[in-house]
Design a protein around this ligand. Sequence first.
Ligand code: AMP
Length: 246
Amino acid sequence: MSEKSFEDFRFVRPLQKAINREQYRTPTPIQAAAIPRILQGRDILGVAQTGTGKTAAFALPLLHNLAKNRKPSRAKSCRVLVLSPTRELASQIAERFSAYGRALNQRQMTVYGGVSENPQIKAMKKGVHVLVATPGRLLDLMNQGHIDLSGLDVFVLDEADRMLDMGFLPDIKKVIAKLPEKRQSLFFSATMPNPIVELADGLLHKPVKIDVTPAESASSVIDTIEQRVLFVEHSKKRQLLSHLLK
Ligand code: AMP
């Protein structure tokens, strides 16, 4: 299945061009499995780690669907909401949406804590197509009436198990309670502990389950990264590292 080509998905031209520009040749397994289903509007339960290409697995088909069904952005609203546990991840996801969607004229915004909320409030006034957010700041702005999720088309929850570890579950539940009944939901997690299974059950409607985690590994490090422990004198660390890199 991973021998599919990106051409098979028949993405709108600006997206196919972006894929060529990124020099992605073959879809990764999660991309091969998820992209056709997301294009069809199905809900997804993706068990996948970072490094598997999962960001493109949802960003590309969502950008395609937005481009095929253009609507002006509504005040304080977004059409796609991506929730991410940390500000760094949110920025990375937003950066990917910008890179893939550069020629699509979609308005996009990233909302996270630790910085002034004023520019975020101002940008949300007109509304955006894609909003990438961390849970705390999103809820803050929702509670103040600056963000309205009632007109949303797609909700993406990324790294759900990390959200749990970071204590975001109550916030996420509050966000989910404000989502419209009719929506597409995509749910990604590297592991599936019980509270995450329950969260997914409540959120997803007849999801397509995609599991690209090797069964024997419960950790969140991808297979292609080889790990070894080497004991070495502190003073020799640099030398050893340079030897290994060579
Ligand atoms: P992610 O798992 O979303 O964090 O992606 C990991 C990295 O893989 C990112 O740097 C992507 O740009 C890159 N990537 C995603 N899809 C592909 C692909 N089909 N071929 C090559 N690289 C990819």
